[in-house]
Design a binder for this molecule. Structure first.
Ligand code: PXP
Length: 265
């Protein structure tokens, strides 16, 4: 069975390397209109381990290479105000890499400087509270819409794709579209915690897709709960914590073996 490759878009996160455009392709199975889902791997928690001791390891560039070898289609980095995991230097190092970088960041005029400087492939605006353990919910567009309406045209003119992190709510998706976003990421945290049904996520994805939005989804997804979202109109999944946790389980044995060999002298 041969798959049809449809190139959805191209852009330039590789400008620093002199490569003007990269193509992001979606593979469509024959007879199907649903593209094969892309996976953007969130590397924040690799950086969390490093920042806990300010060691030079684990190396994020190497982590991105391993993610790519495993089939990742992109890398997601959340640059928080308190810089508790990803640093600007990570963004600089990974922006020139082989995978497109989606930068998660709060929507503030100060963060526009970061976007102008690094020009990631895409930006996902998220709400951010300094005390939160992780992003707690989608954006409140009634609060953020004036700022977004002001910033989105400039971001788009920089060639950066704009994505808004939203609850699975059709009204919010419509507002995002009206504000000029081309993508939305549906917050799946409530679904992962059993407060939101799989149908609610899939219906929101359907509604957004029929508005012409590209639909991403993420937060709290694991192999088990992500599988149930696979049939929906979700183009890209942004997943971090469960993948990094799982990598401990699949990699610990080898890491111990290496250390045991090293101490034999
Ligand atoms: N999407 C957004 C907007 C996020 O803030 C996060 C967490 O940084 C994720 C996806 C990834 O969530 P998780 O680490 O639970 O997979």
């Amino acid at each position: 069975m041969t798959n049809r490759t449809v190139c959805l878009l191209s852009t330039g996160s590789h400008r620093k390397q002199g490569v003007k455009k990269i193509k992001i392709c979606a593979v469509v199975a024959p007879g199907s209109t649903d593209p094969v889902k892309r996976l953007s791997v969130n590397l924040d928690h690799v950086a969390t381990l490093r920042e806990q001791r300010h060691t030079p390891y684990p190396d994020l560039t190497r982590a991105a290479d391993l993610a790519r070898a495993g089939g990742a289609d992109g890398i997601t980095l959340h640059l928080r105000g308190d810089r508790r995991h990803i640093q600007e230097s990570d963004l600089a190092a990974l922006s020139g890499g082989l995978l497109p970088v989606t930068l998660e960041i709060a929507c503030t005029p100060e963060n526009m400087e970061i976007l102008r400087k690094y020009k990631p492939f895409a930006v996902t605006f998220v709400p951010e509270r300094p005390e939160e353990l992780t992003t707690e919910g989608g954006m409140n567009l009634s609060v953020a819409s004036a700022m977004l309406a002001r910033l989105i045209p400039e971001i788009r003119s920089l060639g950066i794709r704009v994505c808004l992190f939203l609850e699975p709510d059709e009204k919010a998706l419509r507002l995002a579209k009206d504000l000029g976003a081309t993508m939305v990421e549906i917050h799946t945290g409530g679904y992962a915690e059993g407060r939101v049904s799989v149908e609610e996520i899939l219906q929101a994805a359907d509604a957004g897709d029929s508005m012409g939005l590209e639909i991403n989804a993420g937060h709290g997804l694991t192999v088990e709960n992500a599988r149930r979202l696979g049939q929906g109109k979700i183009h890209e999944f942004s997943i971090g914590h469960s993948i990094i946790c799982r990598s401990v389980m699949v990699g610990l044995e080898e890491a111990v073996r290496e250390m045991k060999a090293a101490i034999q002298g």
